[in-house]
Write a protein that binds this ligand. Structure first.
Ligand code: TXA
Ligand code: MG
Length: 330
């Protein structure tokens, strides 16, 4: 889509929240911070607004969206909660957890936003700016990450601007986000299932449920079939530069995405080097991940070599996003 709109950028605050609510009600598109990543919001009940949203992102239309609401009672208007869902909502909302649940009778989320599924993804975000906007608007807001489809998710307003300026109506700048990876998605099916690792570690969810989360059936690359979490295209989080995982050395011409204090052979000659967390802190690494991938992607290296990241806690979400970034694209 050609950039043709005048995109307004406002600092977070009362004026921004009411402008956001007004624009959403008129069918417009508003980017705003959540604790995980910046989202691109549209009125969940307005199919025309949602169509514009898909268009602005260049996103395949079979990819359903998360409905964001202010609290559990608003969530109950759109989805049915079983015991597991009740427990998870009580423990982790507001926060970086999305639940996929059967649609309620009274669900006003447009079919276009749920890709015609009989389930709906719901989340109560914790970020005060997101909450102010939801409260001012007064209804569910669907919001994918505020990046062009296939790009890495935005963790600052500047990232949003570089992808979507001219394509959306408003960007509310609330500074850099805290968590840095998207919400964890749990499907509350017969067996609760981890559809996407994210900001709430699997271990914390399993502790609350008192059972292990089921694994979704292996996704198929090429997306011929509609996958269970259809947004999980194999190459969803993609810098333009090739990404090489589990690097134990740096080759000539490569940039390095480091983790921890361990030094690699060839590191001194790296085109660029950024350390996700010198202390080996996974929360710090998650918060830095997408910004550092963007920054290294801009350095013209022939690959980004990534050091191994432990696969526990938030490391599971980090490794998931890195694997997607590393998928070879045509
Ligand atoms: O942290 C987040 O979740 C961010 C912020 C903005 O809230 N949003 C986000 O949205 O990551 P998005 O659209 O980039 O990812 C939504 C994911 C996709 O993988 C999509 O397929 C899945 O949620 N999803 C949505 N509805 C679903 C459903 N009914 N069944 C299964 N998966 C669903
Ligand atoms: Mg996304």
């Amino acid at each position: 889509m050609n950039p043709t709109l005048e995109t307004l950028i406002l600092p977070a605050g009362e004026a921004a929240a009411s402008a956001a609510a007004r624009i959403l009600a008129a069918g417009g598109l508003v980017a705003f911070p959540t604790e995980t990543v910046y989202g691109l919001g549209a009125d969940a009940a307005n199919p025309a607004a949602i169509a514009r949203l898909y268009q602005a992102k260049g996103r395949p239309a079979f990819n359903p969206l998360i409905a964001h609401v202010t609290d559990l009672s608003a969530a109950r208007q759109i989805a049915r909660f079983d015991t597991a869902a009740e427990k998870l909502a009580a423990t982790f909302w507001p926060g970086p957890l999305t639940l996929v649940l059967p649609k309620a009778e009274s669900c006003i989320v447009a079919d276009l936003a749920t890709a015609g599924l009989d389930t709906v993804a719901v989340r109560v975000p914790a970020h005060p700016v997101a909450r102010d906007i939801l409260r001012a608007f007064g209804g569910p807001v669907v919001a994918p990450s505020a990046n062009l489809s296939g790009h890495v998710s935005p963790t600052t307003a500047a990232h949003v601007e570089s992808d979507l300026a001219g394509l959306i109506d408003l960007i509310v700048d609330g500074g850099p986000v805290e968590v840095g990876v998207e919400s964890t998605i749990v499907g509350c099916f017969e067996q609760p299932m981890l559809l996407r690792p994210g900001g709430v570690p699997r271990e914390d969810i399993e502790r609350v449920l008192g059972r292990a989360l089921a694994q979704p059936p292996q996704e198929v690359e090429g997306n011929s079939a509609q996958p269970l979490a259809p947004g999980m295209l194999a190459s969803h989080y993609a810098p333009r530069t090739r990404v090489r995982l589990n690097a134990d050395s740096v080759a000539p011409g490569e940039a390095l995405l480091a983790f921890g204090l361990h030094r690699l052979h060839g590191e001194a000659d790296a085109v660029a080097m950024m350390n996700l967390s010198a202390n080996g802190d996974l929360a710090e690494a998650a918060a830095n991940l997408f910004g550092y991938l963007r920054a290294l992607d801009a350095r013209g290296a022939n690959a980004i070599a990534v050091m191994p990241i432990p696969n526990e806690g938030l490391g599971e979400a980090i490794n998931d996003r890195l694997r997607r970034a590393a998928v070879e694209r045509a």
